[in-house]
Design a protein. Structure first.
Length: 137
């Protein structure tokens, strides 16, 4: 029984810079920007209208049960977005993203990769000395 109590105590509630998710959701976007690193803070302060318009779009789409598709990969994730599902364009297709609390302060583009990881195969003809003398046909 003592082990169960210890395990229950280990489960921590999510905090970001000492504030819980509920406290963060009560903050204005500009107040939240004071908690994040400087580059993201400046971006939020410059693009507050874009983020607010995106949140309005999210609310309207959720009422109609439509997908939220985004082309703008520079939008920074704020607490009001947590729990939403967004489809982010990577240049070819829309990639589904379920926004969690750990993503706060990051940009949409970080979670929707535009390039595939390199998968190295076998060397081509002429790439090695042994294959240099072979004919291409």
């Amino acid at each position: 029984m003592a082990k169960e109590n210890i395990e229950i105590e280990r489960k921590k509630e999510f905090t970001y810079r000492g504030k819980t998710l509920e406290e963060l959701k009560k903050l204005d976007i500009r107040e939240f920007s004071k908690l994040i690193p400087s580059r993201e803070r400046r971006s939020i302060l410059r693009n507050t209208e874009i983020i607010e318009n995106f949140l309005l779009k999210c609310r309207k789409r959720n009422e109609k049960n439509k997908q939220i598709k985004v082309h703008n990969r520079n939008i920074i994730i704020v607490p009001d977005m947590v729990g939403k599902t967004v489809f982010i364009y990577n240049g070819r297709e829309f990639i589904r993203l379920d926004i969690t609390a750990e993503m706060l302060g990051h940009r949409f583009g970080e979670f929707s990769l535009t390039r595939r990881p390199v998968k190295h195969g076998a060397a081509g003809i002429g790439a090695t000395r042994s294959s240099a003398s072979r004919s291409v046909k």
